[in-house]
Design a protein around this ligand. Structure first.
Ligand SMILES: NC(=O)c1ccc[n+]([C@@H]2O[C@H](COP(=O)([O-])OP(=O)(O)OC[C@H]3O[C@@H](n4cnc5c(N)ncnc54)[C@H](OP(=O)(O)O)[C@@H]3O)[C@@H](O)[C@H]2O)c1
Length: 384
């Protein structure tokens, strides 16, 4: 019997993995380490996430299949709960995904991951520790086609503290925990769901839609963005967790050359999905020209209220990533026999079909762009 310890079950990818796995894996028991005051509250938190993928009744039924261990993974090394001792597989998804949290983000993503790794040493039957990193640890000075083997790199120029912390976690795991069966999976950019569209999450989808509405890009329209759907990421992580033999220790979970999309393809997909808006004419702008972006944003969305102001800062930050024109090589993954993902243009219409207003969708990502100080007024004082 396999016994999986999952961190991050209440998050986007954690929910997608559980939704994928719980009806399939009768020979697997899932133990979720969840921040909660009681087992019941933890189960309800996971059920709420699952309900984004299915009806509430099924979500409750699936949530009853899991074991909840209340806890914080950053203190896992102090958690001697015996239910963790006979874990055979760890899927470590939990992370602080705020872009600007700095010290707090490092404490969670680096120090916390090492605390979990120390606890993993006491799991005598551990077969795999699947650590989920991010392909963006390559930084802003990476070549357009990013290979797994080149990173983490000491000379990577990071745009945000979040990727610094994820790179550091990988480095420390490799340096100090070579005795553990660690495999690293690095997703690229996770957007929507290939059949449920925006239902499970509108995270980052709002940015692509905002770029379309603004009709502005900081790059040429043949630049690529490597975007993958949450359901494919879940299925692929599930496969990486259980495949008995893997040829490598690090994999991009990404679109790669074949399934990443050019902005031109994405614009074409918007035109096909929303033909009433006609043919789109995009303007290329210089990212350092903050005034032009601000003026256009105000014209399209307005700048009234703190939510829209945070959204402008977040849009600018995402545009910085868009301008890098990156795709993440997935040759290793495909060679293991995993199916390639659908590219965003192929499922964009599905995402648009059940999308809310763009500004409302941004609320799904608001936490990523808030200041680390808990007392920040209305939690909206994002650091641009
Ligand atoms: N989404 C993407 O586009 C993307 C791309 C590349 C890589 N990734 C990586 O994939 C992983 C999952 O991402 P996601 O988008 O699913 O993130 P998410 O939706 O922000 O969820 C983060 C999860 O981590 C949990 N968590 C954070 N700190 C914790 C702590 N101290 N103790 C226990 N749980 C804690 C959260 O629990 P609470 O609910 O209690 O806060 C939540 O379940 C992350 O490692 C991220 O770096 C994501």
């Amino acid at each position: 019997m396999k016994r999986v310890l999952l961190t991050g079950a209440t998050g986007l990818i954690g929910g997608a993995v559980l939704h994928h796995a719980l009806d399939r894996d009768d020979a697997v028991s899932w133990v979720c380490l969840v921040r909660c005051v009681s087992v019941d509250q933890g189960r309800q938190r996971v059920a709420a996430r699952l309900a984004r993928f299915t009806d509430p009744f099924t979500a409750q039924r699936l949530a009853r299949k899991i074991e909840i261990v209340p806890g914080d993974f950053t203190r896992a090394d102090l958690d001697m709960d015996p239910r963790l001792d006979d874990v055979t597989h760890i899927l470590h998804l939990a992370a602080d995904t705020s872009w600007w949290g700095d010290e707090r983000v490092n404490r969670t993503n680096h120090d916390g991951t090492l605390a979990l790794a120390r606890r993993a040493r006491a799991m005598a039957g551990l077969e795999r520790f699947l650590h989920v990193g991010t392909a963006m640890i390559c930084g802003a000075n990476a070549p357009h086609r990013v290979e797994e083997a080149a990173y983490p790199a000491a000379d990577a120029r990071h745009l945000v503290a979040y990727t610094v912390s994820k790179a550091a976690a990988e480095t420390s795991l490799a340096e100090h925990f070579s005795d553990l069966p660690v495999v690293v999976a690095r997703p690229s950019i996770v957007v929507g769901h290939s059949t449920l569209g925006a239902g499970p999450s509108s995270s980052i989808l709002w940015v692509v839609r905002a770029a379309d509405r603004l009709r502005m890009l900081p790059c040429a329209d043949e630049s690529r963005v490597d975007i993958v759907p949450s359901d494919w990421v879940a299925e692929t992580l599930h496969g990486l967790l259980f495949k008995p033999n893997l040829a490598h220790r690090v994999y991009h979970v990404s679109g790669g050359a074949a399934s990443s999309a050019s902005w031109r393809d994405l614009i074409g997909a918007f035109e096909a999905a929303e033909p009433s808006d006609g043919v789109r004419a995009f303007r290329r702008f210089d990212l350092s020209d903050r005034a032009t972006l601000r003026a256009r944003f105000a014209e399209v969305f307005g700048l009234d209220g703190s939510l829209k102001q945070a959204m402008l800062r977040a849009t600018r930050a995402y545009y910085a990533f868009c301008s890098l024109d990156l795709s993440f090589d997935n040759t290793r993954l495909l060679a293991e026999g995993f199916a390639p993902p659908p590219s965003l243009p192929a499922y964009l219409a599905t995402c648009l079909a059940n999308s809310d207003e763009i500004v409302e969708q941004f609320a799904d990502d608001l936490e990523m762009f808030t200041a680390p100080v808990p007392s920040a007024p209305a939690a909206l004082t994002a650091i641009a």
